[in-house]
Design a protein around this ligand. Structure first.
Ligand SMILES: Cc1cc2nc3c(=O)[nH]c(=O)nc-3n(C[C@H](O)[C@H](O)[C@H](O)COP(=O)(O)OP(=O)(O)OC[C@H]3O[C@@H](n4cnc5c(N)ncnc54)[C@H](O)[C@@H]3O)c2cc1C
Length: 474
């Protein structure tokens, strides 16, 4: 029987719930089983997409009408060295499972996203960033080796020395060059389980950019930015967060907090019990005015509170959003899109201010704004640059969907005119011409050459790759 008819099917969504697709799927438990699925799919002309934990916001892990290879069953730690901090694992291991395995020995993943649920395969495929990109780079900067299974059945070892061009392409190549089947990486030594965190409020975007100039002295730096405010002068005000690893002489409880129990996320957020947070958010997200009040309360709380440093667990600092499982439902039936432009340092403030202004003027405000700082790197389709990103969450409804897409595409042109880029894990709106401008024709051609080598029959495909025209001439 054909694989297509014999397999179970499922409706998959992107994390923002604004893109969905029905696919058949397999969930291999090892490389041989995975290879067999790829062979059978190729023989039947079935296109293949790999999927980790589905934490990409848009269509990166969707493959409508085709085959999804769910990698979550391949989640074993293959080796761990508590002396050197080098770990080898299967690609379905999550960041959560990773730190739970290593923190007691004094090692933390050097780069983590804002949720602990992505898999290592997903982190490699998107070359994810954390709140410290300006300091330690992206996930790929800490990867030592990868094993890759190509659709033609080749099993390749990739590193900076072996198959180096493919290594540069797979990191950030959104799963289009083969399946990552093993990840070997270097973790970061930490002396304790806590960070020394500081939080303070700033009234304008300009104050915020002045503060960003001092981020290099901090291990982590990130800002929440109010994209609404009451009156345009308040839009752009922020709550800044900086954090440093607590040194042994600063934290008496450093050693005991390395234990996973000390990393448990708090049971409430701003006084609201965690399980109720999505419900409360749903009420606030029902109307822009309510979001204005919520942002006002958040800003006022930080404006009037102490700016003295306080201890926070690694998990508590990084994975705030994991405290509110189900928060994505708060946006209602249409879901939301995340729009995350990356803009060179010299233009970032002006471009971000304009993006916020346009959202307000067109009645399409972002309910969330998060700014981070980056340094350039040399991965082939890298979203990193010497500059900043502003991550925005736009609620999608049946009535605003087309205006929202049109507005985001116009804003994307503004970003591209300033020499900016985008991040495929967060994208659902870019057109092929915009994708080409973001990454440059030369790099896209080089990426296509790699694809010809490892996937000559174009077996690999995602809804994202089709939308961006990865394999289309031009
Ligand atoms: C609440 C939240 C906060 C986030 N914060 C951040 C952040 O701070 N920084 C950041 O960079 N990202 C962030 N993200 C995005 C997330 O880190 C990325 O989308 C990541 O790729 C998700 O991993 P995943 O395992 O869920 O992969 P999926 O979303 O399932 O897939 C992502 C891509 O990886 C490919 N893929 C998956 N497994 C493999 C494999 N074994 N081999 C080859 N390709 C594979 C897929 O084909 C797809 O293209 C956030 C997401 C959420 C939901």
């Amino acid at each position: 029987m054909l694989l297509r008819h014999e397999l179970p099917r499922r409706v998959y969504d992107g994390f923002g719930r604004a893109a969905v697709g029905l696919s058949v799927f397999v969930r291999p438990h090892g490389v041989d089983e995975l290879q067999l699925s790829l062979e059978r799919a190729a023989n039947e002309g079935l296109k293949v997409a790999f999927r980790g934990n589905g934490r990409s916001y848009g269509d990166a892990a969707l493959n409508t009408g085709q085959l999804i290879v769910d990698m979550t069953a391949m989640d074993k730690v293959l080796s761990w060295d508590g002396e050197t901090g080098v770990i080898e694992a299967e690609p379905g291991l999550t960041i959560n499972q990773l730190w739970q395995h290593t923190l007691a020995d004094g090692w933390w993943p050097p780069v983590v996203p804002g949720t602990s649920w992505p898999t290592l395969g997903g982190c490699v495929a998107m070359n994810i960033h954390g709140k410290n990109h300006y300091k330690l780079g992206g996930f790929g900067d800490h990867v030592l080796e990868l094993d890759l299974l190509t659709p033609t059945g080749q099993r390749l070892l990739l590193s900076r020395e072996s198959n180096a061009e493919l290594f540069r392409g797979v990191l950030g190549g959104f799963g289009m060059l083969g399946c990552v089947t093993r990840v070997k990486m270097q973790l970061k030594r930490v002396h304790g389980g806590r960070l020394l965190v500081r939080q303070w409020a700033l009234p304008t975007l300009s104050h915020q950019f002045d503060a960003w100039e001092h981020c290099q002295g901090e291990d982590y730096f990130v800002s929440w930015t109010d994209c609404l405010g009451f009156g345009s002068s308040q839009a752009g005000r922020s709550q800044m967060h900086s954090a440093r690893y607590a040194q042994p002489d600063q934290d008496q409880e450093g050693a005991v907090t390395l234990h996973r129990d000390a990393q448990r996320l708090p049971g409430s957020l701003m006084g609201v019990p965690a399980p109720l947070v999505p419900l409360v958010l749903k009420v606030f997200y029902s109307h822009d005015l309510m979001v204005r009040f919520m942002n006002q309360a958040k800003y006022a709380a930080s404006f009037y509170s102490s700016t003295a440093p306080f201890f926070q667990s690694h998990a508590g600092f990084h994975f705030l959003l994991d405290q509110m499982p189900g928060f994505r439902e708060a946006y209602g039936a249409g879901g939301f899109i995340q729009f995350q432009p990356f803009v060179p340092r010299e233009h970032a403030q002006q471009v971000f201010a304009e993006i916020i202004r346009v959202g307000l003027r067109r009645d399409l405000p972002s309910y969330l704004g998060v700014i981070k700082r980056y340094r350039p790197d040399d991965f082939l389709l890298s979203h990193a640059l010497d500059g900043y990103s502003l991550a925005l969450d736009f609620k999608v409804t049946a009535s605003n969907r087309s205006a929202l897409w049109q507005t985001c595409q116009e804003l994307a042109d503004l970003v591209l005119d300033a020499g900016g880029k985008f991040y495929p894990a967060k994208d659902l709106i870019l057109r092929p011409d915009q994708f080409r401008r973001a990454f440059g024709q030369e790099r896209i051609t080089a990426f296509r050459e790699l694809r010809k080598q490892v996937d000559p029959d174009r077996v690999l495909r995602t809804d994202l790759s089709v939308r961006l025209g990865i394999d289309e001439p031009g």
